[in-house]
Design a protein around this ligand. Structure first.
Ligand SMILES: *[C@@H]1O[C@H](CO)[C@@H](O)[C@H](O)[C@H]1NC(C)=O
Ligand SMILES: *[C@@H]1O[C@H](CO)[C@@H](O)[C@H](O)[C@H]1NC(C)=O
Ligand SMILES: *[C@@H]1O[C@H](CO)[C@@H](O)[C@H](O)[C@H]1NC(C)=O
Length: 482
């Protein structure tokens, strides 16, 4: 077999492997942001104000030359100190271009220019000011959206054209011949310069303002000092007929010890609603990776000792108090303290369904007696099934949640002190979970999940829907001008 044939075979095999590899596992985004036509309309309005300021800074050249006009004769002219003193961009539309990015169309805009003119004709010197009305400016810009390997969004100008319908001159001095001189010698040049400068300024604004602004989308957002969420883009923003969709990885990870997760990212089929400016589809993957990370960090490990039991409790964590429930314990270990050590068996999975949000963490609790030598000896082991409902709240930039345990089922798994009625322990465990463990977890959850937002963007009019495996959050946005 020739080298080429071998190479071809190898690359074909490699291709097959790659296309069927478990890479498909991580192919779905954990979070999708959809910007609707309403959102794009808002973005166009805000963007236009910024662009208007850019265009006002356009420097216009001087125009000078010689003339020779019937009845007037020869001379030379100079139109100088041209300065844009008003620029009004109107009627912008920003629309998605499927497979490419966005197109910005500005129509029917105008620019006002002020300047001065000088004419010299042998002994004669004239000078005065003039004003230009540059009308019917249309601009068409195509923006190519992409993503860097680092997961940042990129934007470049793939084309720009601008057209000026007419230029009206208002010359102080009422000199008809100077007017026609302007129309004949200057108008076209000025129009070309202005059309070119408009596109130059737009390209410059895209590179030096729009792209850095897009890159204020966080690639990693910190949730607390240990845990963050990966908001890198999985592919360039996808333009469809009416929307722009941005696919984020949406994986929660330990900031200093990131380890790979093998949690499946479910495919989400977003409802076709467009009444708000943006929508966020947040997959259960986000919550389940959070659950895994916090579980690994041991947030759900706890221990209960007698000093944590309220003084008015009729059951204490002492062998004496347990005598009524487990007679043998007091006999074998007279006057000793007990200690309960609990852990959640595996990272609990959040179940999202249109009716509710809940998880059912399975706990295991080991009970030890603390011997006079301080050595702990296992006396029994309990299995605890809990059911926890979650409620979510939002503010302008974050989702926060809180958990409420619903019920608890205790089962004796192993005992070195004989069988006993574990139901009596339920009250104690409930007390601990309600007053210690859940408040601690809820304090963590109150840090909230920051949504992937551009700088100075705040969310309003939030509306939440719960779907089979994702949350669907609609909102209007507001750019907070500084
Ligand atoms: C939590 O407790 C379990 C059971 O005792 C233990 O296996 C696990 O290592 C603990 N996790 C951490 C992070 O301490
Ligand atoms: C937990 O509660 C939810 C909602 O109340 C319910 O649908 C689910 O079946 C419960 N699961 C368990 C294990 O009790
Ligand atoms: C939103 O909630 C988070 C977490 O509770 C809080 O840190 C943040 O200050 C809140 N933001 C606003 C604008 O209220």
């Amino acid at each position: 077999m020739g080298d080429l044939a071998r190479l071809l075979l190898r690359s074909t095999l490699l291709g097959l492997l790659l296309t069927s590899a478990p890479g498909a596992l991580g192919a779905n985004p954990g979070l999708v942001a959809r910007i609707t036509d309403k959102g794009l309309e808002y973005a166009a309005r805000e963007g236009l104000l910024a662009l208007q300021r850019k265009l006002q800074d356009i420097k216009l050249p001087e125009f000078s030359g010689d003339f020779r006009i019937k009845h007037i004769g020869r001379g030379n002219y100079e139109f100088h100190s041209l300065q844009i003193n008003a620029c009004e961009l109107l009627g912008a539309t920003l629309s998605p271009v499927p497979g490419h990015g966005l197109s910005l169309a500005i129509s029917n805009s105008y620019v006002r220019v002020q300047g001065a003119w000088k004419v010299r004709k042998s002994f004669l010197r004239l000078k005065n000011s003039f004003e230009l009305h540059v009308n019917g400016i249309t601009i068409a810009v195509n923006l190519l959206l992409g993503s860097e390997p680092s997961g940042r969004a990129t934007v470049t100008t793939s084309s720009c054209s601008s057209h000026i319908r007419d230029v009206e001159v208002d010359i102080n001095g009422d000199l008809g011949w100077l007017l026609s001189l302007f129309h004949n010698q200057i108008e076209n040049k000025l129009r070309r310069v202005l059309e070119k400068e408009i596109c130059e300024r737009i390209k410059e604004a895209v590179t030096s303002d729009l792209q850095p602004y897009l890159q204020t989308l966080p690639v990693t957002a910190e949730i607390d000092s240990f845990v963050g969420i990966d908001y890198s883009l999985m592919e360039p923003p996808r333009a469809t007929a009416r929307t722009l969709e941005v696919m984020f990885k949406g994986e929660i990870f330990h900031l200093s010890h990131r380890s790979p997760v093998d949690v499946l990212v479910p495919a989400m089929s977003l409802p076709e609603t467009h009444s708000q400016m943006v929508y966020f589809a947040i997959s259960d993957y986000v919550f389940n990776t959070a659950s895994m990370v916090y579980h690994k960090l041991g947030y759900a490990n706890f221990s209960i000792t007698d000093d944590m039991i309220p003084s008015d409790s009729h059951i204490r964590l002492t062998t004496k108090s347990f005598r009524a429930i487990v007679p043998r314990i007091a006999k074998l270990y007279p006057n000793m303290n007990l200690e309960l050590q609990g852990s959640v068996v595996s990272a609990p999975v959040l179940t999202l369904s249109p009716e509710n949000l809940y998880m059912a963490p399975q706990m295991e609790i080991e009970a030890f007696v603390v011997l006079p030598s301080s050595v702990r000896e296992l006396v029994f082991r309990l299995g605890v099934a809990t059911n926890v409902s979650a409620t979510l709240t939002f503010n302008t930039s974050k989702i926060t949640g809180s958990l409420k345990p619903e019920k608890l089922q205790v089962e004796l798994r192993e005992s070195k002190v004989g069988g006993f009625n574990v139901e009596l322990l339920e009250a104690l465990l409930n007390y601990y979970l309600l007053n210690n463990l859940y408040p601690k977890v809820n304090e963590k959850l109150a840090h909230g999940l920051p949504l992937p937002l551009l700088r100075h963007i705040q969310l309003h009019d939030l509306a939440l829907q719960i779907h089979q495996n994702f949350l669907f959050l609609g909102a209007n946005i507001q750019y907070m001008r500084t």
